[in-house]
Ligand binder design. Structure first.
Ligand code: 13P
Ligand code: SF4
Length: 326
């Protein structure tokens, strides 16, 4: 939930204006579960990376403008899937540390050094990396996509070393991993979660697979944001310890008002070397999608996502292949 004032403008006034502008412009607003709770509540579609891509791909021709409240690679994916639509983002500088950990030219050299390998990449990547990949995955469909390849297939998996290691151990694979990571998920402290668990022994631990191995080993459920939400909805438990970005707590609390959700603690002073952010569970990039930025974006029709047509063509191939396998 935002503060009651956003600069000089009240939260309520901004919400009202956003509702009016959405109608006036016929814009569809998509939001990821990590955005601010108010932004999620204003969205027409909320979801994990997979659902957002799937739903964007199904938007009809009557929708001319889409506003993606998320991070840059999500906006790019929507633009690649809907090239005829105007795709806006409240703040184009909403990047992703995981995508940044895999520059396309370095990844290309890595692939060239390993001929004969199939390349599977997580969607948290630039269009350049997507265009170099045979198929993409999200945390929601990674098992299914990887399992669609024979057990002896030689596979490069990029860029998340944690998701890759999790898949290797779960699926009995030996994929070659790119050494990238998300600064938010790498921060969670296994020691801190163990301490919380001692105080709340009945609370299942919900973990996103971008977390490090010691944290994943404490999990009762490992999954995408949507899978963790689903687990919370259907579980008999009354309390949960949640090791992923804080934005998901909004939807969890909304969906299960009678249940308690406890944010897993980040390691103090261990944001990961040089990691941007606050040392909390927030993705600073996701939080750039403020109410004011969303209002300005709807009002002014910018900033708009533009993609290089050649890269978009290459990326579409790997995105489409993923959607067909999902
Ligand atoms: P999901 O695919 O689970 O929505 O996660 C996206 C993401 O950016 C995780 O950090
Ligand atoms: Fe990227 Fe991590 Fe933020 Fe997800 S939480 S968008 S992986 S920086």
């Amino acid at each position: 939930m935002s503060n009651n004032t956003c600069g000089l403008e009240s939260r309520e006034a901004l919400i009202e204006e956003i509702r009016r502008l959405k109608k006036e412009k016929g814009a569809v607003v998509l939001a990821h579960y990590y955005t601010d709770g108010d932004v999620q509540d204003l969205a027409d579609i909320i979801g994990d990376s997979l659902a957002l891509a799937q739903k964007a791909a199904k938007l009809g021709p009557e929708v001319r403008t889409v506003v993606m409240c998320g991070v840059h690679f999500m906006g790019e994916t929507v633009k690649v899937l809907c090239p005829e639509k105007t795709v806006l983002m409240p703040d184009l500088s909403a990047g992703c540390s995981l995508a940044d950990s895999c520059p396309a030219e370095d990844f290309k050299a890595f692939i060239e050094a390993h001929p004969g390998y199939t390349v599977i990449s997580y969607v948290n990547t630039s269009l350049g990396v997507k265009a170099l990949s045979d198929v993409l995955v999200t945390s929601g469909n990674a098992r299914k996509v990887v399992n669609s390849f024979p057990k002896d297939e030689k596979i490069i998996f990029g860029p998340d070393r944690n998701l890759g290691a999790y898949l290797n151990s779960e699926l009995g694979r030996d994929m070659l991993l790119w050494d990238g990571a998300c600064h938010v998920h790498e921060r969670f402290s296994a020691e801190g979660i163990r301490a919380l668990k001692a105080d709340h022994p009945d609370a299942p631990v919900l973990v996103h697979p971008e977390c490090k191995r010691p944290v994943v080993l404490l999990a009762d459920k490992v999954g995408s944001t949507a899978a963790l939400l689903d687990f919370a909805r259907t579980s008999e438990a009354r309390k949960f310890i949640v090791a992923t970005e804080s934005g998901i707590l909004h939807e969890m609390r909304k969906a299960c008002p009678e249940k308690e959700f406890i944010a897993a603690p980040p390691s103090t002073g261990e944001g990961g070397e040089g990691a941007p952010g606050c040392g909390c569970n927030d993705c600073a990039y996701m939080k750039l999608n403020t109410l004011k930025a969303l209002r300005d974006c709807l009002r002014d029709g910018r900033p708009e996502i533009k993609v290089d047509p050649e890269l978009a063509k290459g990326a579409l191939r790997s995105i489409d292949r993923m959607l067909a396998l999902s």
